[in-house]
Design a binder for this molecule. Sequence first.
Ligand SMILES: Cc1cc2nc3c(=O)[nH]c(=O)nc-3n(C[C@H](O)[C@H](O)[C@H](O)COP(=O)(O)OP(=O)(O)OC[C@H]3O[C@@H](n4cnc5c(N)ncnc54)[C@H](O)[C@@H]3O)c2cc1C
Length: 720
Amino acid sequence: MNKKKIALFIGLAALLVAFFVLDLGRFLSLDYLKSSQARFDALYQSQPWTVVGVYFLIYVLVTALSFPGAVILTLAGGAIFGLVWGTVIVSFASSVGATLAFLAARFLLRDSLEARFGARLAEFNRGVAAEGAFYLFTLRLVPLVPFFVINLMMGLTQMKVRTFYGVSQLGMLAGTAVYVNAGTQLAQLNSLQGILSPGLLGSFVLLGLFPLLARKVTDLIKRRQVYARWQHLKPKTFDRNLIVIGAGAGGLVSSYIAAAVKAKVTLIEAHKMGGDCLNYGCVPSKALIKSAKLAHQMQHGAQYGLSDTTPTFSFKAVMQRIQAVVAAIAPHDSVARYTGLGVEVLEGYAKIINPWTVEIALNGGGTQTLTTRAIVIATGARPFVPDLPGLEDVGYVTSDTLWDRFGELDAVPKRLVVLGGGPIGCELAQSFQRLGAQVTQVEMGPRIMAREDEEVSALAQAALVSDGVRVLTEHKALRCERVGDTKVLVVTHQGTERRIEFDELLCAVGRAARLTGYGLEDLGIETERTVPTNEYLQTLFPNIYAVGDVAGPYQLTHVAAHQAWYAAVNALFGDFKRFKADYSVIPWATFIDPEVARVGLSEQEAKDKKIPYEVTQYGMDDLDRAIADSEARGFVKVLTVPGKDKILGVTIVGTHAGDLLAEYVLAMKHGLGLNKILGTIHTYPTLAEANKYAAGEWKRAHQPKQLLAWVAKYHAWKRG
Ligand SMILES: Cc1cc2nc3c(=O)[nH]c(=O)nc-3n(C[C@H](O)[C@H](O)[C@H](O)COP(=O)(O)OP(=O)(O)OC[C@H]3O[C@@H](n4cnc5c(N)ncnc54)[C@H](O)[C@@H]3O)c2cc1C
């Protein structure tokens, strides 16, 4: 806490103590008010502006300091100023006082609260930004919730001050008028309890609930409007509980969950079971990375006391091994397996005809139409191909076509251009370079792997460059040309054009959601970037859900699978309980060598979001096992709440970083801090010890220095 905060805190505490020690509350009692009414009236008659001013100030002070007594003051307002003026004066004084209390709570507590619960609060604050005013208004209308609690709680959110003030003034008006009115009848009032009769209180509650009810009705009307065009097509009975379109990670898991809870579910896949991950993405790329790493290690055998050897190999065999790996994993995602799990699998192209009907053009011929209560769209994404003049003419591969096309080659392409500096571009650029291609990687931005911290990008770039990849950042692709048999990519860098000759060009500049051709346009579902969903993963139509790459915001296999649980459960049991998709702890890894893995905040993100943090870094060059393996490069970087061991984010660069990260993912998910990691036995000598040593670095930086000084004195005393 800084000095200003401490001063304010002490000042407020002193006022609070004075209030009770001096028993100032006796001036804020009904008896005192009644006994003094004549005196106040006389004063008001003789010096009206002074009385209004002093009253206003006292009211603001009491509410700003959250002292008890606002009700009595409101009654006094009615007793002294009458209904109209009393309501006006109290309305302004209470709103100003409430806003001051709101600001004080914000100044004193919000930072430390955000530092502690930053990630969770971020989501809450998004809710406040969207609907905070609405809920504040409701709370203000219902005088059952103490107003001072509302002031303080709202101060801890990101709500704008003027929103808080405006909504408070409006929301408190009705309640203010009731109490001011009671004040005008002060003589007949014997206790505060009588002011709000059960009837009146009930009316207030109804008034408070009105906006909520209105919201429900509006939602219902909107829902009806969305379905209005289709209502006449709604079947009376349904063939299925759930139809899932697309058998990638998202679709497979959605259908599996539905079958596990005994729903009747059909999974439709137009192309290959397992989707992009199995057939074109994670699996083949990781198989390629393994072969490339082995080739690299052979070339650098001397590092291990062996001889450097140039591996002799058939590129075709490398590509065949990749297909063999895919084939070995394919049974996990196969029709047979899912049928065995209770899922009906149809191989064909699905089209949503109306919100409850899906038509399937079966691969074997013919069509089948099925009605369903709910639909999960899990149609994934495809590589994005930029509109580059000449690109079609020279030809290119993407992650979709690469595996087949390169599988036909006898040798690795001599000169390979990789467009794109994201994770996929980096993994493939390094692998093909290690297998003998001369790779030129072209990235428009200032650095590769731009989502990570700058030092991570720098390390990744250094690793690729040391393998021989020509990494060209701040190079924008302009066009492709064919000069005789030679293919050329023309790029521009700081205003100068540069020509890069190549044999093959791999396009890895991002992936675009598959949005068209299967009915979304006709339904009126937005098809611009991804399928928009709410936090329950519902699309515009509450019975149609979307998961995975087609929905975003992450394009990762494990996120698609994670979303699938929410979509399937919400689709099948949403009438009883719905669950919001939880993105609070999402890990990912890029499998270059050394691997880069992250969970939670990066340092740059913490800075951008103004989240206070401390950094602890442990270098892999210190780790026994990494040294023994000649893999002593990279680091474990942990962001924590200042002064606390609570983990905000972790980035690991190093061999097997993707695996090492799991311990931190578990810790973050279950709220375990660095002390817990430090207190856990890690097997010696393993790479996982790096996590413990990072925790140890943190502990060293937070030693209780004063206490240790005393302990040193104790030992000295014991020695005599
Ligand atoms: C080279 C590469 C490497 C990657 N590496 C990793 C990695 O290491 N880790 C990671 O987490 N992620 C990785 N990914 C990303 C990962 O592959 C995707 O995030 C994941 O596949 C998304 O799953 P999904 O279910 O959303 O979609 P998909 O896997 O794309 O599945 C969608 C399926 O829907 C089918 N379909 C579409 N429309 C219809 C229709 N109308 N009717 C019937 N079927 C239809 C498609 O044929 C497809 O099979 C990588 C991607 C690539 C390209």
